[in-house]
Write a protein that binds this ligand. Structure first.
Ligand code: PGA
Length: 253
């Protein structure tokens, strides 16, 4: 068996250390390229990164005034005013506390299929007009999804309306007060959109992600595990804490 390539993997002792690593990389990019374009993610994983960036803005004057941010996805249907929306999540966890005027989240408002399709094309065009994404931050779902690209997503997929996997809806159920309240669909950047980024930082924390992290970094690229496509990116970095890394390191031992 060929040994797993771990040259692009870095393991921090714990979640705080992991978030420090990732926040340092983003801060460094923003300092060297003040008009950087960031691709951002929601979920519990990046929360510590966002609080580290807020702290650096507040205490060190890290300047986001010329940065543009594009989020990966939004539930559908979802009002942008809903506390469950990813728009509100990003406002409450990052953008209300830094000086970044240009940030975009896909629109989750209910509308016709053709309007959604048009808006998805516009989202892609807006990313291209901004110069493309310099650094895309990613979590990984227990299904191996990146963004809301669930198993079955093609490597050349673009921003589009997608159907959420049952596991993903179960994972979201507590914050929605039950699975029946979790939307069945979402608008998500595609794998192709993500792969166009010049750099990708995928992060995972906790033992609950150890199995999918190992699969993502050891299995041959397959539509069944969308994160396996991401491993093929020429400038991808996997950042883990010790518990998320445990099975990957075991596979390599
Ligand atoms: P989580 O979600 O950060 O809440 O674990 C990750 C993901 O679904 O991409």
């Amino acid at each position: 068996m060929t040994r797993t390539d771990l040259s692009n993997v870095q393991v921090a002792k714990d979640y705080t250390g992991l978030c420090g690593l990732v926040a340092d990389r983003i801060a460094n990019l923003v300092q060297t390229k003040p008009n950087a374009v960031l691709g951002l993610a929601t979920g519990s994983t990046p929360l510590g990164v966002y609080s580290a960036l807020v702290r650096r803005h507040r205490e060190e004057g890290l300047d986001f005034s010329r940065v543009t941010c594009f989020n990966l996805d939004e539930y559908y249907p979802m009002s942008p005013k809903s506390l469950h929306s990813y728009r509100q999540f990003m406002a409450m966890n990052l953008f209300d506390y830094i000086n970044c005027p240009n940030w975009f989240v896909p629109d989750g408002l209910r509308r016709s299929a053709s309007e959604i399709e048009q808006d998805c094309l516009e989202y892609e065009a807006r990313i291209a007009d901004a110069g493309g994404i310099d650094l895309q931050l990613l979590g990984i779902g227990r299904t191996g999804h990146v963004g809301f690209n669930e198993p079955g997503s093609a490597p050349d997929s673009r921003t589009r309306l997608v159907t959420l996997a049952e596991v993903t809806r179960q994972d979201a159920a507590p914050s929605f007060g039950g699975i029946d309240n979790v939307p069945r669909q979402a608008v998500s950047m595609g794998i192709g959109t993500i792969m166009d980024a010049r750099e990708i930082v995928m992060m995972a924390t906790g033992a609950g992600k150890a199995a999918i992290v190992r699969a993502a970094w050891t299995e041959d690229p397959t539509d069944h595990i969308p994160a396996t496509w991401v491993r093929r990116h020429p400038n991808v970095h996997l950042r883990l804490d010790e518990s998320a890394a445990s099975l990957l390191l075991e596979a390599d031992a």
